[in-house]
Design a protein around this ligand. Sequence first.
Ligand SMILES: *Cc1c(COP(=O)(O)O)cnc(C)c1O
Length: 430
Amino acid sequence: MHSFHYRDGSLHCEEVDLSTLAERHGTPLYVYSAATLRDHYRRLKGAFSELDLHIAYAVKANSNLSVLRLLAAEGADFDIVSGGELFRVVKAGGDPGGCTFAGVGKTRSEIVYALQSGIYCFNVESEAELRFINELAREVGTPAHCAVRVNPNVDAGTHKYISTGKSENKFGVDFQNIQGLYDTAAAELPHVVMRGLQMHIGSQLTSAKPFIEAVEKVAPLAAELKAKHGIEFLSIGGGVGIVYRDSLASGDEAWWSKQSEGGEAPLTLEEYASALTPLLKPLGLRILLEPGRFIAGNAGVLVSRVLYKKHGSAKTFAIVDAGMGDLIRPALYQGHHDIVPVREAEAGAGAETVDVVGPICESGDFFAQDRDLPKLEQGDLIALMSAGAYGFVMASNYNSRPMPAEILVDGEEAKVARERQSYEDLVAGE
Ligand SMILES: *Cc1c(COP(=O)(O)O)cnc(C)c1O
């Protein structure tokens, strides 16, 4: 479910009118729904009730401290990809002992910091990294708990920039080399303790098939590693897709009941869970999930104002005050975001085919091209839907534009989760 809906002709997040928030805090403005974040977390947990399931929220999807604090209070663990993310989790009151540390390029200082913080596990992506962690664990004087990320060579069928489980991707260790690496660890690396096995095949998956294919391949390997090396967990990664299209029209059940991107049958939570549970349960292992987009994606919108309309010879442009520096998904990987007016279009009001573009000096700075939208006028507010994951976290100051504020709505309350940057913030440190 998500908690964005029209009431009295104006788009609300839970009980709060987005136009009121725009007046008070300015635009562009990220707005997140606490109820939606909680709902997604609880539903995912509930769907896998037959397993010993731990949800390690992928911090990179939305790392705002208020979001992390909310999820920590729900009992979430965290999947981190940098020392900075570990710092955020600790700041937010999360337990470092529940953190898994992923990524192909962990640095010395990050590994030392994670060892000293007592994280749950390093998800290791190469033999060289495993040897380096062993070395640092010796220096720090604490054993390093590790899992190896297996690359199952499965095509996730998603955009090539967010596909990670094929042999040509930089991620993970080839399936056929995994056993050897665990044997090496046992024989030669006294400061690492092999605790689990991990996989993550990509992001924004909209079919259960690649997950099933990958788990079918990896589960027997996990069983062998349990028998031989006593591993205690299998992480099946994140990647559960969300529905980006028609997210508002179908109300609360939007992203489960509608067609998903690419026109495939959508991946329902029930399908996902019921396909995987029979494969995972017999292992008798702790199962980790690392959802990011699934938790946060439909829990946030980016509110922006139309600065100008421009009628070119080939196109009509709605130039808005948010740009690719605030939300880069369309420019980076053709990500789709529904665009809706905050003031609900009246029945019978005119539609128009427009490009919705930002103010940044790049032709790639657009949110929609040739999109049929209710007619927008100068000064109108719009909401870019499904912007809660991989939105603000990818923001930049390109063109020296301060980053937007973030608001967390919980029922009738709306609190500033991050202040809008000032011009002084732009030059701090220079
Ligand atoms: C990015 C990432 C995730 C989260 O992916 P989503 O598609 O947002 O669910 C999980 N695990 C790892 C290792 C990742 O890199």
